[in-house]
Design a protein around this ligand. Structure first.
Ligand SMILES: NC(=O)c1ccc[n+]([C@@H]2O[C@H](COP(=O)([O-])OP(=O)(O)OC[C@H]3O[C@@H](n4cnc5c(N)ncnc54)[C@H](O)[C@@H]3O)[C@@H](O)[C@H]2O)c1
Length: 247
């Protein structure tokens, strides 16, 4: 039976990097994303439009899974939103933006996890991965945002810390069904940053390896955690950050 991996935010830069390596490994890919694929762009894997914080879409997603003859092998929670004012200072932050970021990261991952768990319990197998961030582990180095007109917001750190901790809870609860749950926490990606060259240079100089990450470097860790080669690893947060968090 073909094995399916579901990727939320699957049309994003990292989502497609995950789809690429997992398709190479023979998995079926289902990308869930709130936006539709651009008509001129070929995407890796199948696509189902899904706003992961809307129960009607979650129901459609569940119906889709129920109609498939595939093992629900893995779920990657990669969707994250950057609403208007995402990079504002706390004093200017709107409650709506705060709630939106929390909802997509935490409530969205909760809905998807809740949907796949019954399938995984039946199969006695599953690998769930949540994409965290260095910002969910250490506080931002605010100096690097000076003169940039944006900052790394409180809500992003809180949401990512919540996703990382959820993995421990899920690992503890569902390990007896051989369901594993881990987080992968990237540092800043060179190929998915809106900060521009100046920001990238400053960021890189603060990183022990002297550069930002490439999305395929994050994808290789996801490839490992989805595979059986990591079958005794659960409840962990793997930092892929070029050493950002060592100091
Ligand atoms: N890019 C980085 O430097 C970086 C660093 C650390 C962690 N991360 C994390 O990695 C993950 C992927 O990042 P990325 O760079 O691919 O971002 P991205 O913005 O390219 O992709 C995120 C995707 O999530 C989708 N999305 C947003 N709201 C949604 C919703 N309600 N329902 C379904 N889909 C929704 C977006 O449409 C988008 O395609 C995110 O969780 C991000 O926080 C990124």
């Amino acid at each position: 039976m073909k094995k399916l991996v579901i990727i939320s935010g699957g049309l994003g830069v990292l989502g497609q990097a995950f789809a690429t390596v997992l398709q190479e490994d023979g998995y079926g890919i289902l990308n869930l994303d709130v936006v539709e694929p651009p008509p001129d762009k070929k995407i890796i894997g199948d696509y189902l439009q899904c706003n992961i914080i809307d129960e009607q879409y979650i129901k459609k997603f569940n119906d889709y899974l129920a109609s498939m003859d595939m093992e629900i092998h893995g779920l990657i929670n990669s969707a994250s939103s950057q609403p208007e004012g995402f990079g504002n200072e706390l004093e200017d932050y709107s409650a709506d933006s705060f709630k939106d970021v929390l909802e997509v990261n935490l409530v969205g991952s909760f809905y998807l996890t809740k949907t796949v768990i019954p399938y995984m319990k039946k199969q006695k197998f599953g690998s769930i991965i949540s994409i965290g961030s260095i910002q969910g582990v250490v506080a931002p180095t605010f100096e690097i945002y000076e003169g940039m007109n944006i900052t790394s917001p409180l809500v992003y750190s809180v949401a990512k810390a919540g996703m990382i901790h959820s993995c421990k809870w899920i690992a503890a609860k569902y390990g007896r069904w051989n369901i594993r749950c881990n987080a992968v926490s990237p540092g800043g990606l060179e190929d998915s940053q809106h900060g521009g060259d100046v920001f990238n240079k400053i960021y890189s100089s603060r990183t022990p390896l002297g550069r930002m990450a490439q999305s395929n470097e994050i994808a290789e860790v996801v490839r490992f955690l989805i595979s059986d080669r990591s079958k005794y690893i659960t409840g962990q947060n793997i930092l892929v950050d070029g050493g950002w968090t060592v100091w």
